[in-house]
Design a protein around this ligand. Structure first.
Ligand code: 6PG
Length: 260
């Protein structure tokens, strides 16, 4: 069973009873968008990091390896930890193991953030990569899809609450520092995130329920969360939530939904 809530123009929440259903539906949703557009043009997606996307990548590899024209898909990353590509913290490593190694996507279609390089130089290099490999809108590179996760402190991509100014940076990519681990990160800025045609937030687990509730209730306190600043200029925003992450949402948000 899933609850689909269109809570206002171009904003949709989908709530799933468990992570498996969320992952499978999210993968199907993403691949349908890829199929629809790649029939006539290249498609660009920025993958999110962390652990949540793992099941989505696995489902895509298991179910779409043979029926997507991978030549038409350009895969980027919304953020990366500043570690080598074979490091267990690397978002690229997880995506490679769960997806890239199982599909016939050309190596040149995968645009890795080189976490092993000097951060400021890599942020600059990756900004140039985005500028030269994406279409432009509002004088910024524009992704067809940006996938995002939500941290337990309200961060998204690698824009953290104590560096929230980086959300509205006029740069395409920024260097950030994880507030707990002091790990350097490269991240696309919020300006690029909000320029996407479609943003898909994928959030699971009860630890994020308070933040989800704050963001959707638009409480003043929510603006301290970078994730609350995600609001596509012209595009769509879809939240994929499991019942744990959505448990504190106001009932009217849920009741407005269509229960399938
Ligand atoms: C990263 C991510 C980050 C992540 C959230 C959620 O590199 O860590 O891009 O924004 O999406 O921290 O992570 P989980 O999916 O592991 O909860």
């Amino acid at each position: 069973m899933e609850i689909i809530v269109s809570y206002n123009k171009n904003r949709t929440i989908k709530i799933f009873s468990n992570i498996e259903k969320l992952a499978n539906h999210s993968a199907d949703f993403l691949m349908k968008r890829v199929k629809d557009k790649s029939a006539f043009d290249n498609f660009s997606i920025a993958l999110s990091g962390g652990s949540t996307p793992k099941q989505i990548f696995k489902y895509i590899a298991d179910n779409y390896a043979e029926n997507i024209d991978w030549q038409k898909l350009k895969i980027f990353f919304g953020d990366e930890r500043c570690v080598p590509p074979n490091h267990n913290d690397s978002n690229f490593k997880m995506a490679k193991e769960e997806l890239f190694d199982k599909i016939s996507i050309p190596d040149e279609n995968i645009y890795r953030i080189q976490g092993e390089k000097e951060p400021a130089k890599e942020a600059e290099r990756y900004s140039e990569i985005l500028k030269s490999n994406l279409t432009h809108q509002n004088n910024l590179p524009q992704f067809d899809i940006v996938m995002l996760g939500l941290g337990e402190d309200g961060h998204t991509a690698s824009i953290f609450p104590d560096q929230i100014d980086k959300f509205y940076s006029n740069k395409i990519c920024e260097v950030a520092i994880h507030p707990q681990t002091n790990q350097n990160r490269i991240t696309i800025s919020g300006s690029v995130i909000n320029n996407a045609k479609l943003i898909v937030f994928i959030v699971t687990g009860g630890k994020k329920a308070n933040i989800i509730s704050d963001i959707f209730s638009e409480r003043d306190s929510s603006t301290m969360y970078p994730a609350s600043l995600v609001s596509p200029k012209q595009g769509e925003l879809v939240w994929m939530l499991d019942t744990e992450a959505s448990q504190l949402l106001d009932s009217e948000i849920k009741q407005a939904g269509i229960i399938l």
